[in-house]
Design a protein. Structure first.
Lengths: 393, 296, 362
């Protein structure tokens, strides 16, 4: 009898759980839902905040235009807290929701390994912002698409910059994370193809390092001995300005070249006067009003810049450009889907994207290339008087 | 390549780092002298010192010295709140619970700061120019001298406070002999309350001094706090002089070790030093009044 | 007066007794028993109830929740091991994420580089974690309190730096990708549902092991060490040895969990094995109640679910998480189950007592 009562209690508990799990299921309706899996807390919060703002702004614009053939777009944004397990759990949650044809994010490389594996297994399109490292690229990726400039084209562009400036010997000081390391490796490969001498330093730095003086003290003799013409800080985020500032404090006057991650306002704010003369190749949204008049990208970039200033009081940057491009690529692919929008149909439509003009340039996807952008979509930039100035060679 | 040629410059960098660790360690010691509590959120006070000053300068438009003062006062209030909301309700709880609660407080403080002030690193202008001084081939930024001077000044002030004033002695009494303190009419909880305020203030001053040299971002506090704690253990747990000595030892060891090993292992050095000192001399270099050698 | 009190309260007493019993019975159905190690029975009806619930749970849970339960099961294995070290032996460790990581990396390296089968790698992971725990435990376990916490935390940090820097072995910050699914004799655990049964099956086996252990001489020794090391030493217990043993054991549990984690997520990277995980696991043990084997498992499910729900709060998730941790610690310092049991019992009995007291006053 006691057991019988227990069974009743058990049934009650389970039915409660069942109700709970039912209530979490999505509502029926016609909108297309886009899952967004982002690091909204943790070290990348500032970056992902911009992504979120732009996504919301652009989705509102699309819906005001009447949506995709009458279907409005809808965002489901979840925070993965820069944690592998949580990112995977959120990705699984999205894949189980049949209303979601595409998932955006996560931002950082380490989390992408897991989410890409889930995307390939479950067959859902996963659009990734940050360019990824060779290890992730080595995985088969039928369902993963890159938005940002890949490490390959950034390195090619930088090799062009070195040739144009006449640098012969370049010392690379890479960060210890995958993107920074693969940028350094590709730069060495492409640079040596063009006859440059590229030395990759054994010393690395972590994204959380607040003082690079010790590493730079060890690099200083190498710079003097090898007569290095340029110092390539293969890094991203706060370490960039820290490296330049510490270099100047140690009296190293070698010109500095950087990655496209130098193209953000905060880099100048942090580095101050030390950042003068730093050169790099970056996406077009860094200098929206210095693009050529005939550039098809220019009206899009300036329009987005104006709308962002109006709504958030903050101008356009490369991150905002990525978010804008992602949502419009999805819009475009959804429009081109014939018949019912299934996950497979959406993927094929996205893969067929050709000559799609957006903020960062012209996107061309093909079954062999999921990177989209090309070298021509980047511009050379120099920091002068605390501002980004476009260089033309 | 001969690693010894880097030593003088690394030594200069190490002494600056040491001064910073010493400042953070002093904050730990203040609380330990008033009660046997270890505040894992100590590093967050340092972070807040820099970030709040930055906020007052850019957000509220205050002049630099006034902003720094206001930030220190604000952080002292946060220190008081930390005691009232987290430590006081747990005054009778075990060591483990207190550790976890202060870790929780540190999560809340750092992420709330990220929410309010953003996660981008903040830089403050140096107190007196950023032209490096050249001393026999070694280049030193003037701000380093400010940090060194402030460390010694604070050390003497705190030494005077804890050994020459009635409040300081009452604080120490409430830590070494709680029952005796109660019997002689010392309000023990109030002493801990005061200690949290002073400790937060010292941490905030450290933050204001450090931010011009390095950058402060919302997650810089955790590692600084841990290293400050290691410095306090290395020098001698619960001694002001031990904290300062430990800070310099740790800073110099950490910095000079880079001449011999790749810089990536830098963060592990402090913890290896900690494990060694805990194994061979848990009392620390100068010995500790709170650690009975028999029980260790 | 006394007689009157007895007479008048007889009916009241009966009523109170019934309520009291009913309340306790209800509580005992849902909450783990805080005094489990002192009970005689080894396997009770409740255990079958739990196992049955576990078997049936996937039928009613939707897909993502099953996946969450997989993660919760993995964390529960770590929490179970830590419960032996922290809950029973009373020692503090903030470095269990490192053993978890050692397990994950051992599996990842063995399966991707040396084509070892996942089952063998599973065993090797536990072994690797145990060996590391033995080497590190020998010197640091003589410490106590804050210093032990700090030393284990330091070990965790050293592990992370090592993993990040030895790039040729561990793949640096990006870690290792493409770890194969866990498979036994050709049967691959490739869906959430299969992984759910795998993880919880391992967990049930480990719970049985741990239950046996705490009822053995070893378990009693652990409790003695937790109560007083001096007293334990005076009755002839080799305190240092006991501490090292239980540390090694709990590390082996963490290693097993790490191995499963690598197989389920198919990657291993240092991002997942930091201080945050150590804190989370210690939190599970505290919430579950010290000296309790079922509590940490419930706490693991709750906290895993909580972090997932908080993901929906976007930017506010971590601050809210911190506040919840502090509140749980302030209001349930000796475990939610234990404290709720006591509170409920107190409330139920207080209700009767109050009525009785009023009557006496009249």
């Amino acid at each position: 009898m006691k057991l019988g009562k227990k069974c009743v209690v058990l049934a009650m508990c389970l039915s409660l759980l069942f109700l709970f799990s039912c209530s979490q299921k999505p509502k029926e309706g016609s909108p297309y839902t886009i899952g967004v899996n982002l690091e909204l807390t943790g070290p990348w919060a500032e970056v992902t905040k911009t992504v979120k703002q732009v996504l919301i702004m652009e989705v509102e614009k699309i819906n005001a235009m009447g949506g995709v053939d009458g279907h409005p777009l809808e965002l489901v944004i979840e925070d993965n807290g820069f944690d592998q397990g949580r990112a995977a759990a959120i990705m699984t949650k999205f894949t189980q929701n049949k209303k979601i044809p595409v998932v955006l994010g996560p931002w950082e490389d380490p989390l992408q390994g897991t989410t890409r594996a889930i995307a390939e297994r479950e067959g859902i399109t996963n659009i990734i912002f940050c360019p990824s490292n060779p290890m992730v690229r080595g995985l088969k990726q039928k369902w993963s698409f890159n938005i940002a400039q890949s490490d390959i084209i950034v390195s090619r562009k930088l090799a062009d910059l070195c040739l144009a400036r006449g640098y012969k010997t370049i010392l690379v000081f890479p960060g210890n994370w995958p993107l920074a390391l693969s940028l350094a490796d590709y730069f060495k490969q492409f640079g040596e193809e063009k006859g440059l001498k590229v030395i990759i330093a054994k010393e690395t730095h972590a994204p959380s390092d607040i003082d690079m003086t010790p590493q730079l003290i060890k690099l200083k003799p190498i710079i003097e001995k090898e007569k290095v013409d340029a110092f390539y800080a293969s890094t991203g985020g706060p370490p960039g300005p820290i490296i330049v500032k510490n270099m100047r404090a140690l009296g190293i006057k070698t010109p500095v070249i950087g990655t496209h991650a130098f193209g953000f306002g905060f880099v100048i704010a942090l580095g101050g006067a030390a950042m003068e003369g730093v050169e790099f190749g970056a996406g077009k949204p860094v200098v929206p009003y210095q693009l050529d008049e005939g550039d098809p990208v220019r009206p899009i970039v300036t329009d987005l810049d104006k709308r962002m200033k109006e709504r958030y009081g903050q101008g356009l940057d490369q991150i905002a450009g990525h978010a804008h491009d992602a949502i419009w690529l999805i819009y475009d692919a959804l429009k081109r889907c014939k018949g019912e929008v299934t996950r497979a149909a959406f993927r094929n439509a996205l893969e067929d994207t050709t000559e799609f003009v957006a903020c960062h340039g012209i996107y061309n996807y093909s079954p062999t290339d999921h990177d989209g952008l090309s070298k021509e979509d980047m511009v050379f930039i120099r920091i002068e008087d605390g501002k980004f100035k476009r260089l033309k060679f | 390549m001969n690693p010894w040629i880097h030593i003088p410059q690394l030594l200069a960098a190490g002494i600056t780092m040491g001064a910073i660790y010493a400042l953070v360690a002093l904050g730990f010691v203040i609380i330990v002298r008033a009660s046997q509590i270890l505040n894992f959120a100590q590093g967050e006070f340092v972070m807040l010192g820099g970030v709040v000053t930055f906020f007052f300068i850019t957000g509220a438009g205050l002049p630099y010295p006034l902003a720094a003062l206001a930030a220190v006062l604000a952080v002292i209030v946060i220190g008081f709140l930390l005691h009232l909301l987290v430590v006081y309700p747990l005054r009778k709880a075990s060591v483990l619970i207190l550790i976890m609660a202060t870790v929780g407080a540190s999560i809340v403080i750092s992420n709330t700061s990220a929410l309010l002030f953003g996660t981008l690193p903040k830089a403050l202008p140096p107190f007196s120019g950023d032209l490096p001084l050249e001393l026999g081939g070694i280049r030193i930024v003037p701000q380093n001298l400010w940090v060194l001077g402030a460390t010694f000044l604070l050390f003497f002030v705190l030494y005077f406070l804890s050994h020459r004033t009635l409040v300081g002695k009452a604080m120490e009494a409430s830590s070494t002999d709680p029952l005796g303190a109660d019997l002689s009419g010392i309000a023990r909880n109030f002493m801990v309350f005061l200690a949290f305020g002073v400790s937060a203030g010292v941490g905030a001053i450290a933050g204001v001094l450090v931010t011009p040299i390095f950058y402060t971002s919302y997650n810089a506090g955790t590692l600084l706090g841990l290293k400050g704690f290691i410095a306090a253990v290395v020098g001698g747990w619960g001694k002001n002089s031990g904290a300062v000595l430990g800070g310099f030892v740790l800073g110099v060891v950490e910095s000079t070790s880079i001449a011999f090993i790749p810089a990536g292992y830098k963060d592990a050095v402090a913890f290896v030093v900690l494990l060694l000192i805990l194994y061979f001399r848990p009392k620390g270099i100068l010995g500790s009044p709170y650690i009975d050698s028999r029980r260790w | 007066m006394v007689k009157k009190y007895n007479k008048g309260s007889r009916i009241e007493y009966r009523k109170r007794d019934i309520l009291f019993t009913a309340g306790l019975w209800l509580v005992s159905l849902i909450l783990p028993d805080p005094h489990l190690p002192y009970r005689r029975e080894f396997i009770k009806k409740r255990d079958f109830f739990y196992v049955g619930a576990l078997l049936l749970l996937p039928l009613i849970l939707s897909g993502p929740l099953v996946y969450l339960m997989v993660l919760a099961g993995i964390y529960a294995i770590v929490a179970l091991g830590l419960s032996l070290f922290l809950g029973y032996a009373g020692q503090i460790s903030l470095g269990h994420a490192a053993f978890f990581g050692i397990g994950a990396y051992t599996t990842a390296i063995l399966t991707t580089r040396y084509a070892v089968s996942p089952l063998e790698a599973f065993g090797a992971s536990a072994l690797a974690a145990a060996v590391c725990a033995y080497l590190i435990g020998k010197p640091i376990l003589k410490l106590k309190g804050y210093f032990l916490a700090l030393a284990t935390l330091g070990f965790g940090e050293i592990f992370l730096v090592m993993v990040r820097e030895s790039r040729s072995l561990t793949g640096g910050v990006s870690g290792i990708f493409g770890v194969p699914w866990f498979s036994v004799a050709g049967f691959a655990f490739d869906t959430s549902l299969k992984q759910y049964y795998l993880v919880w099956g391992v967990l049930i086996a480990l719970v049985l092991f741990a239950k046996n252990l705490v009822r053995s001489k070893m378990g009693r020794t652990l409790l003695a060490v937790a109560a007083s090391e001096d007293a334990a030493a005076s009755v002839g217990i080799n305190v240092a040895q006991v501490k090292v043993r239980v540390f090694v054991l709990s590390a082996a549990f963490a290693g097993l969990a790490g191995s499963l984690f690598a197989c389920v997520l198919s990657t291993a990277n240092p991002q997942g094995f930091g201080l945050g995980l150590s804190v989370l696991v210690v939190m599970m043990v505290i919430m579950g109640g010290m000296g309790n084997l079922y509590g940490p498992i419930f706490a693991a499910i709750f906290l895993t679910w909580l972090t997932d729900v908080l993901g929906g709060f976007q930017e506010y998730s971590l601050p809210i998480y911190g506040v919840i941790l502090i509140l749980l610690l302030i209001f349930f310092p000796d475990g939610v189950g234990t404290r709720l049991n006591e509170r409920l019992i107190y409330l139920i009995s207080y209700w009767g007592r109050k009525r009785r007291r009023e009557r006496v006053d009249i």
